[in-house]
Design a protein around this ligand. Sequence first.
Ligand SMILES: Nc1ncnc2c1ncn2[C@@H]1O[C@H](COP(=O)(O)OP(=O)(O)OP(=O)(O)O)[C@@H](O)[C@H]1O
Length: 350
Amino acid sequence: MNDDAVFELLSTVEDPDLGDDIVSLGLVNAVDADGDEVNVSLALGAPYAPHESKIANDVREVFAEEAPDIDLSISAGLPKSLGSDDEVLPNVKNIIAVASGKGGVGKSTVAVNLAAGLSQLGARVGLFDADIYGPNVPRMVKSNEGPEATEDKTLIPPERYGMKLMSMDFLVGEDDPVIWRGPMVHKILTQLVDDVDWGQLDYLVLDLPPGTGDTQLTVLQTLPLTGAVIVTTPQQVALDDAVKGLRMFGQHETPVLGIAENMSEFRCPDCGGRHDIFGSGGGRSLADDEDLPFLGAIPLDPAVRAGGDGGEPVVLDEGETADAFRTLTENVANNVGVIRRRHVQTVNSR
Ligand SMILES: Nc1ncnc2c1ncn2[C@@H]1O[C@H](COP(=O)(O)OP(=O)(O)OP(=O)(O)O)[C@@H](O)[C@H]1O
């Protein structure tokens, strides 16, 4: 088989999001056909995202049907020319910030379950609790041990549920009130990023503090974010604040991966009824109004709080709420993939 024949087969594989085939979109980095052996390198940027796995599977299927004798191997990754030349976190493929306009809407809960969900899919994940004023991620994953410091003062993050963890909570006592001024926020955040040995990661999930203050600004200015997930509850006050968060990311040209609606409906374990305690559908209509993806609705479920307090993310369980978190995780990963592939496509079509 020669390169042209390989390209012809590849051009029958459609991208599920971008509405064209992978060859026309420029998503084939390279083809190496040598007799019965064919290597294909695809420009995929969101490891374990279901839609990107589907693209790779579709390629395998086309070869299995049309050229069953070929020994096919597929590698995936962004072309080198597009790889980040950022000095900051060069071994981290994607950085996802989880943000909310308003406090208490479940942003940390979503960040923890998203990170655990990505890890459950098979990805290499880091979870960075950047909520310096109220770091509660360690409790939500029951991580009692802090990082270890090596001789050259690098911090080795502890691991829970396969995720590498870093939190302000490891550096200050749990009950110490933290009062940081702007420049200190900047210094501590850059240290937490630079001095930590994250290793190779597919996704680093950041739990930002609520609102649009110093920390958010510092993160936007210092970290090469892939995109942001905005968490809101369905009621109007939360939605109004979520819009402010959206605008902040817009001003810094950070893509928004979508809107997640938390504490959606309450499923009463006693009467079996469904109650909209904070209203309903607000997250979805915000997403529609802003022309952004809706990532999913997480029910108001006592198991979520118990999971948070008990240190076991609900996404790792069974049931409807766990399924809702899994759907959210998959949608986030798929949208990371869309951002990555669209970038490849744009650069290729220049
Ligand atoms: N879907 C849910 N069902 C039930 N309880 C929830 C749900 N989501 C979050 N909670 C609970 O609500 C509380 C607040 O959640 P969380 O700490 O994640 O919010 P936050 O937006 O990160 O808050 P902060 O503003 O302090 O950063 C926690 O006790 C959490 O367990």
